[in-house]
Design a protein around this ligand. Structure first.
Ligand code: HAM
Length: 413
């Protein structure tokens, strides 16, 4: 026998028995996001590598360590590690700025990051998310967070923690970065290798480090004093205050987390994550924020924007399993041609129906019917002669015989 091949590490098949959950997430996304005026967009899974090095940022782990990149006809191409950069590219390329503002887009699909696989972390995973372009007011931040919260509610996920923070604008953030570097300078040699690299390139990301010895350094009073200081400028501070007021007005409970810095470079002002206590170490269900400079950075007109993405595998692991749906009916008959014709007739009337393609014994067919369908539709000699069918309710066991044209009407679906 030839050697069996296996799925790649960190990737998974989505099997038919699980597909109802995926459809549920996609249908609810369409339903909830449409209510908020978002329209679906589907962008390619492959993009030029430069989109991500310029968009997500070449100091991030995603760009430095995690991208699936290959060459084709002298072009460097990358499997998208996230979808904000791709949606921004499409917004610019398709001149969406001429549309009336705001432009609201949503998406779902596979993303690829070469990370160490563990519970809740895969190399191919799926995100569902939204991006809103054109509004700088904090109403947009509040509406996007509310969209996320209400999508989660529609899925049945009510008690998740919404964490928010403001990263300020490039100007006030640079001052903060300088102060942070200054206070951490004496400890530079004690920081982990990643933090030592980030110290110069992206000091804000230090705050996100999970290494215990680094966390201890960040707990030192002089470092805490810098972290806790209100470094953001007046304009950024009033944007943040207004956002909090809107969230309170809309009944969204949140906590402020000054250590929330996010792993992508494009953010300014508002950042947020939605977390669950039931997910172990990979506890973020959603992540998002404002990225007012990205459209311009990728060649478009300056355009404020904000969005979020959620990990679909993580959402599914929080939801109760759905049992797979049964067929509406299974036609049971030893008259195969008649069974075939009746099955097609019922399908044409919108029912999900199957019949036995191999003409097994009647009892075997009935057994199969009770496993896979809500009703057995029995077509014996008598029924065929009288142009009737017998309908057996497979849950209750009741059976009735009706004229064939009344069959669909008699099924209580
Ligand atoms: P992100 O925080 O990198 O943000 O990813 C968003 C969510 O995707 C995470 O909270 C998590 O649920 C899920 N996720 C990320 N990596 C993995 C993985 N390896 N395995 C399973 N799930 C994962 C972004 O991607 C931004 N584009 C979000 C955004 C949209 N910001 C503004 N607009």
């Amino acid at each position: 026998m030839a050697e069996k091949l296996k799925v790649l590490k960190g990737t998974k098949d989505i099997l038919p028995q699980d597909i109802d959950m995926w459809h549920f997430l996609e249908e609810k996304a369409n339903e909830v996001f449409s209510k908020y005026g978002f329209k679906e967009i589907r962008t390619p899974i492959i993009e030029v590598t430069e989109l991500f090095s310029r968009g997500v940022g070449d100091t991030t782990d995603i760009v430095n360590k995690e991208m699936y990149t290959f060459e084709k006809s002298d072009r460097s191409i990358t499997l998208r590690p996230e979808n904000t950069a791709g949606v921004v590219r499409s917004y610019i390329e398709n001149n969406m700025s001429r549309l009336s503002s705001p432009v609201k887009l949503w998406y779902h699909g596979p993303m690829f990051r070469y990370e160490r696989p563990q519970a809740g972390r895969q190399r191919q995973f799926h995100q569902v998310g939204v991006e809103m372009f054109g509004i700088k007011d904090p109403t947009a931040d509040a509406e996007v967070i509310l969209t996320a919260v209400n999508y989660l509610k529609a899925l049945g996920l009510n008690d998740l923690d919404v964490e928010i923070n403001s990263l300020g604008c490039p100007k006030c953030r640079n001052e903060f970065k300088d102060r942070l570097k200054e206070v951490l300078k004496p400890y530079l040699n004690e920081l982990c290798e990643d933090c030592q690299n980030r110290y110069e390139k992206n000091p804000l990301r230090l705050l996100d480090c999970k290494v215990e010895s680094c966390k201890e350094i960040f707990e030192k009073p002089e470092v805490q004093a810098v972290i806790k200081s209100d470094f953001i400028c007046e304009e950024c501070a009033s944007h943040y205050t207004e956002l909090k007021l809107y969230l309170e007005k809309m009944g969204v409970k949140y906590t402020e987390n000054k250590l929330l810095v996010r792993g992508l470079d494009y953010y300014n002002r508002t950042v947020f994550e939605i977390k669950s206590n039931n997910l172990g170490s990979q506890n973020a269900v959603a992540g998002g924020g404002r990225y007012d400079n990205l459209v311009e950075q990728l060649g478009g007109e300056p355009t404020p924007a904000i969005g979020f993405a959620m990990g679909m595998e993580r959402l599914i692991s929080l939801l109760p399993q759905k049992t797979s749906k049964k067929l509406d009916a299974y036609v049971v008959s030893n008259f195969q041609t008649d069974a075939f014709v009746l099955t097609e007739e019922l399908r044409s009337q919108g029912l999900e129906v199957e019949f036995d393609l191999t003409n097994k014994k009647f009892t075997k067919q009935l057994e199969k019917a009770s496993k896979v369908a809500k009703y057995a539709i029995i077509l014996g000699e008598d029924e065929i002669l009288k142009h009737q069918v017998s309908i057996k309710n497979l849950e209750e066991g009741k059976q009735i015989t009706v004229d064939r044209e009344n069959c669909v009407k008699m099924l209580e679906l």
